[in-house]
Design a protein around this ligand. Structure first.
Ligand code: KIV
Ligand code: ZN
Length: 388
């Protein structure tokens, strides 16, 4: 089994399905270029058959991007698949991602099809797609809520027809980590030809567990592709977040034992670009890309970080694209952090007494003001009682 984890980014397809996150062709192309700089393995550029606009966006991305595989979603029918193939024609690494729902609920109420009809449609779709493209991904939509015996039959069939990646969506974010991980494991163990395909996880965040579920799918289930989006953008509560999954696997390489090909220094620029393009603000306490993800406000933490950063940092801010970590000066800050900031501002205190006086003034000000900025410190030390 390969020890590389394939990062499949679907910001431009599933992310765009987030209400209010619709993007123009040019915006999508700009983000696709950033995803290529980030070195994601697969960019799902859109759903070519869904509109002429999305067809043009997928086509522009397929014609431009060279270092990542470019993928289009397609329902399991000839028209969608042919349209996807046409949009992807300019790509040197194209993938068609076809899907059909397999859960009893979706088959009966949404598709109004019998399981046998669904099985046959999946077979025909993958057979048709395989004649147009070598790289075929198949997803049983609402896969996690599907009946295992039936799902095994469908997946064995599509692998026999040439599907190269099998993706198991937790479409409605219903899974919990251990169960999802074992679900993937069971499928892989029960399907005789399962090792002919790469297994993939696709988790939604309705219960806030998309990243945890994806990691369990990798660790317990043996999946080697994760589908994710920048900032966790996506339908309803979103998808598994790229920055979290990538940094989890990298930071805990001791546990996961997997490589990712991502240039992590491009994570924050990608997050900002997606946020600015969609207008979706990133919450300050968001892991990895939130403004506070590497900020320290408490005096004890600031003192620790100034002595050795790994006392309170498990990753480097610079490694994910921040210029530095951040010591936020305020009422909880200690003398050490204050002294360090004076040095950074080029201010030298003539004596310990001057430093103590300045620190006392700083503390007094900090009780009145939530955050002390560099300008506040400069004003404070230019006061006559303290020599700058
Ligand atoms: O969530 C889902 O089921 C999907 C599929 C189309 C892969 O996005
Ligand atoms: Zn999805």
């Amino acid at each position: 089994m390969t020890d590389k984890l394939i990062i499949f980014d679907t910001t431009l397809r599933d992310g765009e399905q987030s209400p209010g996150a619709s993007m123009t062709k040019d915006e999508k192309l700009r983000i696709a270029r950033q995803l290529e700089r980030l070195r994601v393995d697969v960019i799902e550029a859109g759903f070519a058959a869904s509109s002429n606009g999305d067809f043009e966006a997928v086509k522009a991305i397929a014609d431009t991007i060279k270092d990542s595989t470019v993928c289009s979603l397609a329902r399991a029918n000839d028209r969608d698949i042919a349209r996807a193939a046409e949009a992807l024609r300019g790509s040197n690494r194209a993938r068609i991602h076809t899907f059909i729902a397999t859960s009893p609920l979706h088959m009966e109420k949404k598709l109004r099809m019998t399981p046998e009809q669904v099985l046959e449609q999946a077979r025909q779709a993958v057979r048709f797609a395989r004649n147009l493209c070598a790289d075929i991904e198949f997803s049983p939509e609402d896969g996690y809520r599907s009946e295992v015996d039936f799902l095994c039959r469908v997946l064995e069939t599509v692998i026999a027809e040439g599907a190269t990646t099998i993706n198991i969506p937790d479409t409605v974010g219903y899974a919990v980590p251990e169960l999802y991980g074992h679900f993937i494991k069971t499928l892989r163990e029960r399907i005789p030809n399962s090792d002919k395909a790469i297994w993939s996880v696709h988790c939604h965040n309705d219960l806030g567990m998309a990243v945890a579920n994806s990691l369990a799918g990798v660790k317990i289930g043996g999946a080697r592709q994760v589908e994710c989006t920048i900032n966790g953008l996506g339908e309803r509560a979103g998808n598994c977040s790229l920055e979290e999954i990538v940094m989890a696997v990298k930071t805990r390489r001791d546990y996961f034992g997997l490589e990712v090909g991502i240039d992590t220094t491009q994570i924050v620029p990608a997050s900002r670009m997606v946020s600015q393009t969609t207008g979706f603000v990133v919450q300050p306490n968001k892991a990895v890309v939130g403004a506070n993800a590497f900020a320290h406000a408490s005096g004890i933490h600031q003192d620790g970080v100034l002595k050795a950063r790994d006392t309170y940092e498990i990753m480097r801010a610079e490694d994910v694209g921040w210029s530095a970590n951040k010591i936020v000066l305020g009422k909880l800050s200690g003398r050490n952090a204050f002294k360090q900031r004076l040095q950074e501002l080029g201010i030298e205190m003539e004596s310990e007494t001057d430093l103590n006086t300045a620190f006392a003034k700083f503390k007094e000000l900090a009780d009145r003001k939530a955050e002390i900025f560099d300008e506040d410190i400069l004003a404070l030390v230019s006061d006559e009682s303290v020599t700058p």
